[in-house]
Design a protein around this ligand. Structure first.
Ligand SMILES: Cc1cc2nc3c(=O)[nH]c(=O)nc-3n(C[C@H](O)[C@H](O)[C@H](O)COP(=O)(O)O)c2cc1C
Length: 339
């Protein structure tokens, strides 16, 4: 029996399988206004038609300066709701559930000449020095997350993911390499995350799954490891805000020379699964259905995320079913194309 290709719950959300499309910026909002369009409908809709269980839409800015680039999607205004609603409709039409990743890019924003961070240190020489956030500005950004989450609900999304990975704002508060604040936000590196989760929870229906993506390893001396970050996150914050799954990624906080290999992040996922006792979405350079299946059978993760494999092949899931010799329903329109 395949675990990869049979249905599973993420919180109270029933997914048709355990394949998660990881969020991927498409840098394709042509008007630089954060508005998604027909490209996004086709892009996300075809991965849904191709059989993915949960589609997580790309890092979406909670404010204009919170975008990674000027071409990134946004949800900082009500005018963003309807276009995103059309994307959600295409995902649902394809039989998948739809989540959205909400983000503030912090010191790694290319959408502003005045990026913001916990401390006034640039990511590298190609980025401007960020301005250190005041507690008042931190409050405002947490509220921006809440307002964007409310808009995501109005657009019809089934779940919300908070981007706490890859050196963007939340991640740079979480890492000892980038958070050098002497105040309460430095003494408790999860405080900003906690504020964001609090604002988001207030804005979404009770029971709506809330996911958290983290960089479980900074791959640098003195940085986060699953043990260090796991200890911070296991102090009750995830339970308090009803986190339905932790999405385990790594890196992006500081420059590293890591050479990734297929499944390189799975040991991190496995370690966090035992520390946090929560459902874990694991992945990284995975393309082989056999590998994905064995990770789930061994309970090293509960869901598998795919990013680049789905850029190459929107029908990865249909092909995986053929390879694993496990029968799944095809989109009726494509029945005649069965392997
Ligand atoms: C084009 C592209 C855009 C990405 N954008 C995001 C993003 O918006 N949010 C995020 O958390 N990760 C982003 N990532 C990272 C992926 O979600 C994923 O973690 C990474 O590609 C490793 O998975 P893979 O080996 O299956 O591709 C992006 C990756 C790619 C290739």
């Amino acid at each position: 029996m395949s675990r990869l290709l049979t249905s599973a719950h993420m919180g109270n959300l029933e997914l048709r399988n355990r394949v998660v499309m990881a969020p991927m910026c498409m840098y394709s909002c042509l008007g630089q206004d954060g508005i998604v369009d027909s490209f996004h409908q086709v892009h996300y809709g075809s991965r849904a038609q191709g059989g993915v269980g949960l589609v997580i839409c790309e890092a979406t800015g909670v404010s204009p300066e919170g975008r990674i680039s000027k071409e990134c999607a946004g949800l900082w205004e009500d005018s963003h709701i309807e276009p995103y609603g059309r994307v959600v409709e295409t995902i649902h039409r394809g039989g998948a559930k739809a989540a959205i990743q909400l983000n503030h890019a912090g010191r790694k924003s290319r959408a502003t000449s005045r990026p913001l961070g916990p401390s006034p240190e640039a990511f590298n020489a190609q980025y401007p020095q960020p301005e250190k956030l005041s507690p008042k500005e931190i409050d405002r950004i947490a509220k921006d997350f809440g307002a964007a989450a409310g808009r995501a609900v109005n657009a019809g999304f089934d779940a919300i993911e908070i981007h706490g990975a890859h050196g963007y704002l939340i991640s740079s508060f979480l890492s000892p390499l980038t958070n050098h604040r002497p105040d309460e936000y430095g003494r408790d590196r999860t405080l900003f995350l906690e504020q964001v989760l609090g604002e988001v929870r207030k804005s979404i229906p009770l029971g709506m799954p809330l996911l958290l993506r983290i960089s479980a390893h900074d791959w640098a001396e003195g940085g986060n490891t699953p043990e260090l970050l796991g200890a911070e996150l296991s102090r009750g914050i995830l339970d308090r805000y009803g986190i339905a799954a932790v999405h385990v990624s790594s890196g992006g906080v500081v420059e590293t020379s890591l050479q990734p290999y297929p499944g390189y992040q799975i040991p991190l996922a496995h370690e966090l699964k035992s520390i946090l006792s929560l459902p874990i979405i694991g992945g990284g350079l995975i393309d082989s259905p056999e590998m994905a299946e064995s990770i789930l059978q061994d309970r090293r993760a509960d869901f598998i995320f795919l990013a680049r494999a789905l850029l190459r092949d929107p029908y990865w899931v249909l092909r995986a079913a053929h390879q694993l010799k496990f029968d799944i329903p095809w989109p009726t329109q494509y029945e005649r194309g069965r392997f």
